[in-house]
Design a protein around this ligand. Structure first.
Ligand code: PMP
Length: 404
């Protein structure tokens, strides 16, 4: 059963004070807090099995390799990938996007088209722009409406035989919109285009099923689902990963090296040059286990309650506007108060122990769409409570009074 006090006790940081007040942590979209099992697993790795992987015959090296590969298999099962070698360890979503965008340089020619959505984080825009600059391909944007939803009629019209890849997030970090990715994947496939899904904001809330989605690539960061920073995953269909050239050259990713020619290792090693974040990769598996032990049904139930309650309470404040009112939405609320800069509110509520994000959330095109400099973003996790929302709402009211 979901016992919120028991869950909160798993996260040591939640009992600390900030600026003399109990911490209210509502910046989960940026990174989630870590449970004690994850913190302990990092220490255990370094205390007991630290060694380089895939290289040594000695026992520690084998123990570390087994733990690293067991984590890969765990993540394969979690996202329902067909093969473990379709699951690549990266340093995060940003690394995963760059790996694929870089690889596509060898497949695109001038005049080909890359479709990106208007709802993207900069890390799912800039690498594709760089790809287009390199190849002469054209970047086209799937527009959004006032509710922060992608406009599917426009998406349908943009697709053509020139479309080589469509890239879209599963859930928007700035607005919380859940995008209709299954529809988009199926539609893009009718034109032979590959589909890249940025799942950075989805994996903390749901369990993606990559085979059911039939996406070609799915990326996410470990630190947003209670795992360590500097960890991430790129899922890619075997056929695509075999087609793409390696991203980085170095140790581990080769079959044979001579000065005349190098041949590359099989998947997944072809894309994992150098010594990886071994502890991080192993502990990402611990984090996935932890999330599953809480249970995604429980996570969704708690977060939906928090989202509905916070939306209602915030909207009762006069002059407050919420950006992103999509029908399908996760526990992210982006808002502003008439005539007040988001930064000023963020600064005052921080003094009261509340961590919210202010600014453009690495999604400047979305802010430009709404013609605002930024928003205040409260993003909730399953370990947050309604009482914490009350604290935030009171703090926002107080900030409003002080700033008017
Ligand atoms: N995409 C989305 C939707 C995100 O929210 C983020 C992180 N804010 C990223 C990509 C980039 O993730 P990372 O910084 O962990 O590489």
């Amino acid at each position: 059963m979901f016992d919120i006090q028991k869950i909160r006790a798993d996260f040591p940081i939640l009992s600390r004070q900030v600026n003399g007040k109990p911490l209210v942590y509502f910046d989960n979209g940026a990174t989630t807090q870590k449970p004690q099992v994850v913190i302990d697993a990092i220490a255990t790795y370094y205390q007991e099995i630290n060694a380089n992987i895939h290289r040594g015959v000695h026992t520690l090296s084998q123990l570390a390799t087994d733990a690293y590969e067991a984590s890969r298999t765990k993540i394969q099962n979690h996202i329902n990938a067909q093969f473990a070698h379709e699951v690549l360890f990266t340093s995060g979503t940003t690394h995963s996007v760059n790996l694929v965008a870089n690889g596509f340089a060898s497949l695109l020619k001038a005049g080909d088209e890359v479709l990106v959505s208007a709802l993207e984080h900069h890390s799912n825009i800039v690498p594709w722009q760089m790809l287009c600059e390199r190849t002469g391909a054209v970047l086209k944007v799937i527009p959004m409406n006032e509710k922060g939803e992608l406009v599917m009629e426009k998406f349908d019209q943009l697709l053509s035989d020139k479309t080589k890849i469509v890239t879209v997030n599963h859930i928007s970090n700035a607005l919380g919109t859940i995008n209709p990715i299954k529809y988009m994947i199926d539609k893009a496939h009718q034109f032979g285009a590959a589909v890249f899904i940025d799942g950075a904001q989805a994996v903390p809330h749901l369990k993606p099923n990559v085979q059911e989605l039939d996406c070609d690539f799915y990326a996410f960061s470990g630190h947003k689902l209670c795992g360590p920073t500097g960890t991430g995953i790129l899922y890619g269909k075997e056929a695509w990963l075999n087609k793409l050239p390696p991203y980085q050259g170095g140790g581990e990713m080769i079959k044979e090296v001579t000065f005349e020619k190098t041949t590359y290792a099989e998947l997944p090693h072809k894309f994992e040059a150098g010594t990886p974040n071994i502890a991080g990769g192993i502990v990402l598996g611990t984090a996935v286990d932890y999330m599953n032990s809480v249970g995604f049904e429980n996570i969704q139930k708690q977060e939906t309650e928090l989202l509905n309650y916070a939306t209602e309470q915030l909207l009762a404040i006069e002059g407050l506007k919420i950006y992103g009112t999509a029908d399908a939405k996760t526990s992210v609320i982006s808002f502003n108060i008439d005539g007040i800069h988001p930064y000023d509110i963020g600064t005052i509520v921080d003094k009261l122990g509340i961590a919210v994000r202010t600014g453009h959330h690495c999604a400047q095109p979305i802010m430009n769409f709404f013609e605002i400099p930024g928003t205040i973003r409260a993003s909730f996790a399953f370990y947050n409570t309604k009482e914490e929302i009350d604290v935030m709402v009171e703090a926002v009211k107080k900030a409003k009074m002080m700033l008017f």
